[in-house]
Design a protein. Sequence first.
Length: 224
Amino acid sequence: MPERITSRIQSINDRIKEIEKFNKVASTRQKNIPKQKKTETTKFSDILKEVMDSKSLQTNSIFSDSSLTENKLLDNKIDSLGNMYQQLNSTTNSNSNWNNIIVQAGKKYNLDPNLIRAIIQVESGYDPNAISHAGAQGLMQLMPDTAKDMNVTNVFNPEENIFGGTRYFREMLDRYRGDLVKALAAYNAGPEAVDKARGIPNYTETQLYVPRVLNAYHAINKEE
């Protein structure tokens, strides 16, 4: 049993080194992608500290009756570390792929990729399966009718969603002759509401949405 736990901890340590090495590379390529797994990452480090500091790793107590429950908990924590590593690695790889899609969509529709990133950050927090209370779906939170108009067949497919959302925002920006504030308001509330209000409509959600995207956009640009 001690050998098995020690072996598994060594495996976790190896994975941590992989994460650190991977993050050094990823950080230079993905400064514009927000950290999505802050809660999970913190929990990962907390559990790791518990495992490494655990007295149950002491060989002279590993088989004592009083340590059986503690060792079981330790075993579960080690399993959790392994699962979290897989989630973190999967998320980082996904973000890298989405970053390429964002750049491609920006080129196709002549939009700053950082603006697309800001919209995604505010709309869904980079959750490709996000669904709002109003029924908006995916990374850029497309409504079903909008997705259909943008020829998006699978709204939960990151590539389709990003290209569809970018195309729609481009249309809003063209509609309002480059007025970023009106375009963002229209993306959130619909162009009819913006036309009627001749600006940001008197919707609390939209009034909060526009500055949030602009602030995110400025923050992303500042990081570069």
